[in-house]
Design a protein around this ligand. Structure first.
Ligand SMILES: NC(=O)c1ccc[n+]([C@@H]2O[C@H](COP(=O)([O-])OP(=O)(O)OC[C@H]3O[C@@H](n4cnc5c(N)ncnc54)[C@H](O)[C@@H]3O)[C@@H](O)[C@H]2O)c1
Length: 254
């Protein structure tokens, strides 16, 4: 395959489903060799198999991003298989929503570890390859919830922290020609938002309709909407953009 990511190697965490899966597919369609990593190997393998079926190159790897040793081996496997690492996108994520008076230590730890520590560990492992190569792109998944969302004190704090991490790493890694940005989606149709409906007992169609009604574009997002933004930030067209958080929410909401 040829395209704007030809000869580039992209690693996507949480790549087995939702935004990560759409991003991996978009990288592959544009010529990248893609490492798709997820806590669950089966969906990651399915995404990789579909990319290969369409003529692309993809490797699926099981990896829990909260754990240093598997994260370091993941990056080593990517480099061993494809000879380098040009792009890191961190999509691994979970929710454990609760109002503060009901939030447990494990709700807090799991969400903060997955999003914040997971992003830190992946970025640290990736920069070890990117700094000597004097080239790299990182995109971290933040969220509109970084601005505050009822029932998400854990998730909101982690997603706001990710924005600070992107700015800080843009400063630290900029001299090595590495761009680091965050994207902050609004309501996107994935397993994550479906799980919100299941947990709260709201019909998913009703939840989606309500989200669309309060969105200026009058629709909710698709994983492909976010994949387009992520891949743009990793492309040569965004070569002077770093340290930014780009909101993709279908418009400002109040
Ligand atoms: N869907 C939305 O509305 C929305 C909005 C804003 C931000 N986001 C963020 O986008 C990212 C992707 O979310 P999505 O909606 O595609 O969710 P999703 O549930 O469809 O996919 C998330 C993937 O992350 C994997 N994962 C979970 N914990 C992991 C771990 N410890 N190690 C490795 N992989 C792990 C899951 O197995 C899953 O495949 C997340 O960071 C999420 O917080 C989503």
């Amino acid at each position: 395959m040829t395209g704007r990511f030809e000869a580039r190697v992209a690693l996507v965490t949480g790549g087995g489903r939702g935004i990560g899966a759409a991003t991996a597919a978009r990288f592959a369609a544009d010529g990248a060799r893609v490492v798709i990593s997820d806590l669950d190997l089966e969906p990651a393998e399915a995404v990789a198999a579909e990319i290969r079926r369409q003529g692309g190159q993809a490797l699926a790897v099981a990896c829990d991003v909260t754990d240093r040793t598997p994260v370091e081996s993941l990056v080593e496997r990517a480099v061993k298989k494809y000879g380098g690492l040009d792009i890191l996108v961190t999509c691994a994520g979970i929710l454990r929503d609760n109002l503060i008076h009901k939030m447990t230590d494990s709700d807090w730890d799991l969400v903060v570890d997955t999003h914040l520590k997971g992003t830190f560990l992946c970025a640290q492992a990736a920069q070890r390859v990117m700094v000597p190569a004097r080239r790299g792109r990182m995109v971290f998944l933040s969220s509109n919830s970084a601005l505050g969302n009822r029932g998400q004190v854990n998730y909101s704090a982690a997603k706001a922290g990710i924005q600070g991490m992107a700015r800080t790493l843009a400063i630290e890694l900029g001299p090595f020609n590495i761009n680091v940005n965050a994207v902050a989606p609004g309501f996107i149709e994935t397993r994550m938002t479906r799980a919100v409906a299941e947990r709260t007992g709201i019909d998913y169609e009703d939840l989606k309709r309500a989200a669309a009604e309060r969105t200026p574009l009058r629709r909710i997002g698709r994983p492909e909407d976010i994949a387009g933004l992520i891949t743009f930030l990793c492309s040569d067209d965004a070569s002077f953009v770093t340290g930014q958080t780009i909101y993709a929410t279908g418009g400002p909401t109040v």
